[in-house]
Design a binder for this molecule. Structure first.
Ligand code: UT7
Length: 316
């Protein structure tokens, strides 16, 4: 099985910026509570003319441009999402239709909640290897604002909309390791279509406890598999659920906090979009360059967890 490396990234921000004070006008909360408990200051919600499809398309276009690939070179498309406008067609298929990819390629969505983008990387690696493909598009995209109960202060202050994408290519060299798992559980749940509009329900405390175990477990598993330590990793991009979760794990692992990127202050928790959005910022802000090794770590609903050790490369 060939390794994969990242050769381009992109993201799409939803139009409407929602501050903590905006939410304090809707539910009994405060900027002080949200900031101190989560590190979130603002999040973005889709505007009238935006949805998961438009965000996924924009992020994909940006990733394709940054990698310097042509649409016809894409050999598979995988999208991590739990909030596309349609159950069928898959969001990945809507991106394919809009961007004019070839028809003889696998195109599908993956629902592993907040671990969806990292699961997507592994699924894309498997598909590229099994189909003799070379270049894949992996997207993480969410329109969570339409799944929020704006009367539930336990959840409505946490989540936001957005999309991120990466272009990967297979390589015979480089570093690549992965770890995927799940416990099964209803701690974060969104019911399927029914008479009542579905909204996100979450047992925040239980998920927090799960998350602070999941991140170190992914990191140490990847370190062991690759026979490296975090010193050999240039940046770590974790799911951006809560800055206290990342701080807790950094302390527990005696790690360098500078290596753990954070942008939940501006975007909140965007589930499957959070890792690729943060990844795009890390690449665009010069925190990672060609040849660098990144660790991406996710955890979330279904009580899934996922991590990859992956290198930044250039189109061959
Ligand atoms: O992406 C999926 C992964 N999701 C996560 O990783 C989320 C993990 N969990 C968390 O990030 C945290 O558990 C939360 C941010 C959700 C909650 O923080 P917490 O420190 O665990 O707070 P809590 O749930 O224990 O609530 C403490 C208090 C409660 O009041 P009482 O019962 O002590 O009187 C809550 O009712 O804070 C209250 N509270 C709020 N107060 C003001 C809950 N939400 C709010 C709010 N504003 N928005």
């Amino acid at each position: 099985m060939k390794n994969i490396e990242i050769i381009g990234t992109g993201m799409a921000e939803a139009k409407r910026q929602i501050t903590n004070d905006d939410l304090a006008n809707i539910v009994e909360t405060s900027d002080e509570w949200i900031t101190s408990r989560t590190g979130i200051k603002t999040r973005r919600f889709c505007g009238e003319d935006e949805d998961a499809t438009s965000l996924a398309i924009e992020a994909a276009k940006n990733a394709i441009a940054s990698a310097g690939v042509k649409p016809e070179e894409i050999d598979c498309v995988v999208c991590g999402t739990l909030s596309g406008e349609y159950v069928v067609p898959a969001l990945a298929c809507l991106v394919q239709r809009e961007l004019g990819f070839r028809e003889d390629i696998p195109v599908l969505d993956v629902n592993a909640a907040c671990s969806g983008f990292i699961y997507g990387l592994e699924v894309a690696r498997g598909l590229l290897n099994s189909t003799d493909g070379h270049i894949g598009l992996v997207i993480g995209c969410e329109h969570l604002s339409r799944l929020l109960d704006m009367e539930d202060r336990n959840t409505c202050v946490l989540f936001g909309d957005g999309a991120g994408a990466a272009i990967i290519q297979t390589t015979d060299s480089g570093v690549y390791e992965s770890v995927l798992g799940a416990r099964g559980g209803y701690e974060i749940a969104v019911e399927g279509p029914g008479e009542v509009r579905s909204t996100i329900k979450m047992d925040g405390k239980a998920v927090f406890k799960f998350a602070v175990e999941a991140i170190p477990k992914c990191v140490t598993t990847l370190e062991d598999k690759a026979e490296i330590t975090l010193d050999d990793v240039d940046m770590v991009v974790c799911h951006q659920a809560n800055s206290r979760i990342i701080d807790h794990c950094v302390r527990k692992m005696h790690a360098d906090s500078e290596k753990f990127y954070k942008n939940m202050d501006r975007f909140g928790n965007t589930s499957a979009a959070s890792v690729p959005m943060a990844l795009d910022e890390v690449c665009k802000n010069g925190l990672a360059k060609v040849g660098d090794t990144l660790m991406l770590v996710g955890f979330g609903g279904g009580l899934t967890w996922a991590g990859v050790l992956i290198r930044i490369g250039e189109k061959k």
